[in-house]
Design a protein around this ligand. Structure first.
Ligand code: NAD
Length: 498
């Protein structure tokens, strides 16, 4: 079986002593294996990144940006191959993979602005003949650890910005679907990224823990589930590293009594069931304000679910593909069983779905629960599957109190025609990314992405302007060239600058 290995110092490295199967989720077949790097291999990748750093740090930002321009072009030229790799291992529908790639490319486009982003700040005459300026210098070796659900986009949130800022990088992709991530790194080499500037090590906890312990790694960007994010943040910080760790989510959509229901229902269908609900910005909870709206939303969603097409992601006429692994399928199905036990009303049951010719695939149909309460585990936990829960409340304030009380604060949205309600909501809700009649308010590449509460550990969000701050450290220089007019004698008191 083909083994997906590592990319270190610009070269393919095998280290396949330990391996794990990669499955095609639409068929349930093991199609490849991924090498799980040893500690030594990870250290070799860090050493390659460390060795590449001095020359890369001194490479003019415009030259670093030019490589990103070429890289963007290669991503577009090879889009079909990238998306086929994503669909083979993740399962999402090809059109959706194309959307993921496009969002990734937008981050590369932003990284092309490196010379503009790194200009720094300058003040002339902060004192007599004294000038002061701040530079944003690279940190050295940075590491990225990424989840399975966006194998192309999330790595592209990280390393293009890190490297245009002058850092070198070691990336540890998800072991469940690593092929598109590795292929994209090879395209970056083809675009002219010097050997060692970007290294990819595939692996599991052994690789992650080696990166967290290595003193040469200055910064760690993580995206994944909250328990692991918290572990990465605590361990990385304890080891003196700068860490941003983005975690899980449970995003609520409020539907107000005055909402445009046609727009709301079609938006909710895509947001709840697109990519099988395996998105950190998915909407797994609808909060219906007023019983009449609750009845309408449930009836309309039920009708839409009857039309939703589930099947292999290679067929673009399908709306939803399979879940990523057998293990994840069992977990999500277990939550549907639990919801029934907990007393929620299972209005649409997707558990029995059959996809002809794909009987061993990890397919689960769309599931819809009504009368879900905040005490239920299916409400509190992140399920990360095609399971939508409807909670009924009496007022906007009650809906907002629910959202604020939840441990996660990644995304949320409101469907309404009332500008005052929308403004009150966006102003006061304790969530990092907020939509008004927009179900998935994922910030564009020139803003930054980050949740609040237990959806993000750290101070800076991912990509966009925050990435420049995360991957650089400020150095402020104050300079005077003594000259006859401004030469001072000894001064013992702090200068007042009056
Ligand atoms: P995960 O936490 O299982 O894995 C993420 C990464 O951590 C992988 O590279 C994995 O190899 C590594 N890892 C797993 N267990 C580890 C351990 N014990 N020690 C060290 N490293 C470990 O997440 P996943 O299942 O791949 O992805 C889904 C999760 O990611 C969901 O919770 C989703 O909400 C979250 N996510 C969040 C965002 C965001 O921006 N906030 C974006 C995408 C996904």
């Amino acid at each position: 079986m083909n083994i997906v290995g590592h990319l270190i110092g610009g070269k393919a490295v095998a280290d396949a002593e330990r391996v794990q199967n990669i499955y095609n989720p639409a068929t349930g077949e093991a199609t490849k294996q991924v090498a799980l790097a040893s500690s030594d291999t990870v250290q070799a990748a860090v050493a390659a990144a460390q060795a590449a750093f001095p020359a890369w740090r001194d490479t003019p930002p415009i030259k670093r940006a030019r490589i990103m321009f070429r890289f963007k072009q290669l991503l577009e030229e090879h889009a079909e191959k990238i998306c086929a790799l994503i669909t083979d291992e993740h399962g999402k529908v090809l059109n959706d993979a194309m959307g993921e790639l496009q969002r990734g490319i937008e981050n590369v486009e932003y990284a092309c602005c490196a010379p503009e982003l790194l200009k720094g700040e300058h003040s002339k005459n902060v004192g007599p003949a004294i000038d002061s300026w701040s530079e944003f210098q690279p940190l050295g070796v940075a590491a990225g650890i990424t989840p399975f659900n966006f194998p192309c986009m999330v790595p592209l949130w990280m390393w293009p910005m890190a490297v245009v800022c002058g850092n070198t990088f070691v990336l540890k992709p998800s072991e469940r679907d690593p092929s598109s991530t590795l292929y994209i790194a090879q395209l970056a080499m083809e675009a002219g990224l010097p050997p060692g500037v970007l290294n990819v090590v595939n692996g599991d906890k052994v690789a992650v823990d080696t990166l967290l312990a290595d003193p040469r790694v200055q910064a760690v960007s993580f995206v994944g589930s909250t328990p692991i994010a918290e572990y990465i943040y605590a361990t990385g910080c304890a080891n003196g590293k700068r860490v941003q760790a983005l975690g899980g989510a449970k995003n609520h959509a409020i539907v107000m009594p005055d909402a445009d229901l046609d727009n709301a229902v079609s938006a909710l269908m895509g947001a709840a069931y697109g990519s099988c609900g395996e998105r950190c910005m998915a909407i797994p909870v609808v909060v219906a304000v007023g019983d009449a709206m609750g009845d309408d939303v449930v009836a309309r969603l039920t009708a839409e679910l009857a039309k939703m097409k589930v099947g292999p992601g290679t067929d673009n006429s399908n709306d939803m593909g399979p879940l990523v692994t057998r293990e994840h399928f069992n977990k999500v199905k277990g939550y549907v069983d639990l919801g029934v036990e907990e007393g929620a009303t299972l209005v649409v049951d997707g558990r029995g779905i059959k996809v002809p010719g794909h009987e061993s695939g990890y397919f689960l149909g769309g599931c819809l629960f009504d009368n879900v309460t905040p005490q239920m585990k299916i409400y509190r936990d992140e399920i990360f599957g095609p399971v939508l829960s409807v909670v009924r409340v009496k007022s906007l304030q009650e809906a907002m109190d629910l959202i604020d009380a939840h441990e996660y604060g990644n995304g949320t949205c409101i469907f309404t025609r009332d500008g005052e309600a929308a403004r009150y909501f966006t102003d006061n809700i304790k969530v990092g990314m907020v939509g008004v009649n927009v179900p998935l308010p994922v910030p564009v590449a020139y803003h930054s992405f980050g949740g609040w509460k237990r959806s993000l550990f750290g101070d800076l969000s991912a990509y966009g302007p925050d990435a420049v701050r995360f991957y650089t450290r400020r150095k402020t220089i104050t300079q005077r060239w003594p000259s006859a007019g401004v030469r001072e004698g000894t001064v013992f008191s702090f200068p007042s600058n009056r």
